[in-house]
Structures are given as structure tokens and as C-alpha cells.
Write a protein that binds this ligand. Sequence first.
Ligand code: PMP
Length: 408
Amino acid sequence: MSASSRRDPLAFIADEVEELKAQHLYRPLRVMSDAQGPVTVVDGREVISLSSNDYLGLTHHPRLRDAALAAVAEYGVGSGAVRTIAGTMTEHEALEAELAAFKGVEAVLTFQSGFTANTGVIPTITGEADLIVSDALNHASIIDGMRLSKAPRKIFPHRDVAALRAILRDATTQGRPDGSGPYRLILVVTDGVFSMDGDIAPLPEIVEAAEEVGAAVYVDDAHASGVLGRNGRGSVDHFGLHGRVDIQVGTLSKAVGVLGGYVAGSQALRDILVQRARPFLFSTSHPPADAAACREAIRVMDDEPWRIERLWASTRRFKAELARLGFDTGRSETPITPIIVGESELANRFSGRLFEEGVFATSVIFPTVALDQARLRTIVTAALSDEHLDRALDAFARVGRELRIISA
Ligand code: PMP
């Protein structure tokens, strides 16, 4: 058969792409040709960026850059192997010890990303004899981690501690569904800060509910690290829950400004993850320069507390102004500020018009959020000046009125 007469077995994929475009659910990739920062160049246009997770402005911090360059000079650019074979370098081990001290826990293990941390940890520590209880709006990587686990799971409505308590009560009184006795482990999993709405998990109440039945608590602090707690130590520190949350996952890719994920907990947890967590065992470790830059980031977070103060001051001002203009910013309590418009077509148009006005605020559409909950998701980072904020708010007011999202 000639190549030209061959039927393309993947033809349905192009149809799917066309279908997404027709439904306004297709996301074009915007390309940055400058460093991440308060002002950057996207698709050739200079824009004020409200779209990154670079909360503290560390992606381009000179101290992190210098630390990475020094590590490249000393160790080269790649680690060359998975951690358990020949890919564990002094930079990895030092980063983990420093993160453990920062978080106030016994031990930390790093992963290549927050995503692989969740998909690595959850199936490693849970199995058929266990139960996972998860908030309905937990991150996709937690959902995938649960899918990879043999443990049954139950979902509680978002932040609904009464519903969580009911699930925990049933689970402890009834035990395993096959009648073989009590669960070995009940693991309650929640995001610390929810990534699309910016609301905070009711962690003290969750911890209390878990303690009542002897369940363990697992918090994904991707959006709380660098944002909540003393100098950004996260939601456990924010709520004064040290020693009462068994597992904390964090990312090195957002406020820390680099790339990676980590798990903070006991030494035994670290030990078993080294032996069994599949992304750790089967995927190459971080380049040493990434680990060196992360180490410097932790020092900068403690040396420059003005960054987190600035993050929160700008956030308060931005939220207050958006509310005054009449935008729906949902239930956010953190620097993640959604501007909810409903239809994905309108969210895309809103984002597109803001872009033309020099403001980069990406739309977030299904399946990242529910179909009727399309939004712009913004974060005003510590690196943005008051003048940037004023210019961004002017554009929001102008375009919001033009598209009748707010009244004139
Ligand atoms: N957990 C949550 C709650 C997140 O928002 C994200 C990032 N979108 C991740 C995990 C994954 O982190 P990373 O980008 O480091 O893979």
C-alpha cells in the first residue's frame, strides 16, 4: 500500500481538535520570548503578566540565577540518571535537608514536579486495605494519584467538613466493604489552597475530624508554599498545626520559582518513597542547577520577607478594586484571584481583549473548571509595581464594560 492511499488511523484526533475549537474549548499556546516577570513579552507583545504562579518574583531573582550558574559550572547541566541508580547529587540531598528544616519536619524527598509528587506518593502509601477521602476540588494530580492507587476512594463536597465527618464515621464503623475488618489506613487528602478558586482548606477542622477516627491527613500545599505561614512555610504553619498533619506536598515550581515537587513528613515516609515511588524510581532526577536555585530560594524567602508582605498588600488592593468595579471574584482568600464570567467563549474574548490592551490574564476553561465556570485566573505577584496594578485595573475596567461583564 502506498503512503498516499494509507488510511490514517489517527484521523479522529484532528476531528476532536476541530470540535474543541468549535466549542471555544481550544487553548492556543501563548509564547513568551522574555523572562517570566511582572512585564514580559508574549507573542511579540509587551504585557503586564497576571498569569504566572511566580508569587514572589523568584523566577528571575539574581541570587537564584547566580546559584544555578555556579552549579552548572561545577556539576554540568544534567544529573544523568534516576536517583536510585546514579542520579543523587549533593545538591539534591542538601536541598532536602534544608527544606525539612524550613518546614519543621523530620524528612523531605523531592520529586521532578508537584504532579509527580502526588502521583508518586498516593499509590505508594495506599492499597486495597485502605481508604482515600478527597475534597471534590482537589488538584488533577491528586485525582491521578488516586486513580493509580488500588485503594477505594470517597469524595466529600468541597470544604464540607460535616460531610467528611460522616464519611469517616461510616468508614470506621463499617470497615472494609468486603467485611474483612477495619481499614489499615484512612487518608484524608486536601489542597491547602485551591488552585482555581484561591480559597483555603478548613485545615484545623479537617485535622480534628481525622484525629477523632485515627485517620491521616495529607495536604497539597502547592499554592500555599511561599504564600501562607511564616515566610511562606505553608498552611500547616499558617494554622499552627505542626505535628498534626502527616504528609505535606509542596512545589518548587510556583513561589519557589524553579521546578519540582517535594513531600515533607517522617523519615519512614521518605524511606518507603525512595524504595517504591515510581516517578522517583523510574524518572531522572533534577538537574543540579535546579536544586541549587531552590536552595537559594529558601534562603531568599527568609532574607526578604518584604516579598510576601508585598504579595499580600497588592492582592488586597487588586481584589478590593475588582470588587468595587463589580467583577465576580468568587470565594478567593489568597493571591489567586479568579474573575468568573461563566461562558468559555466570553472568558476567551475577555482574555483576548485584555491582551490587546497589554495585560496577560489567561482564561481558564473546561475541563480545568466546570463548563459554566469559565474565568480569568489572576495572581498579582510581589514583583508587580503599583503602576502596573493601576494599568492592569484600568484595562479590566475598560474591557469589562465593553464586553458588558460589568455595568458602565
Ligand atoms: N498541586 C496543586 C494543587 C497544583 O495547583 C499544582 C500545579 N498546577 C500541582 C500540584 C502540580 O505542581 P507542578 O506544577 O510542580 O507539577
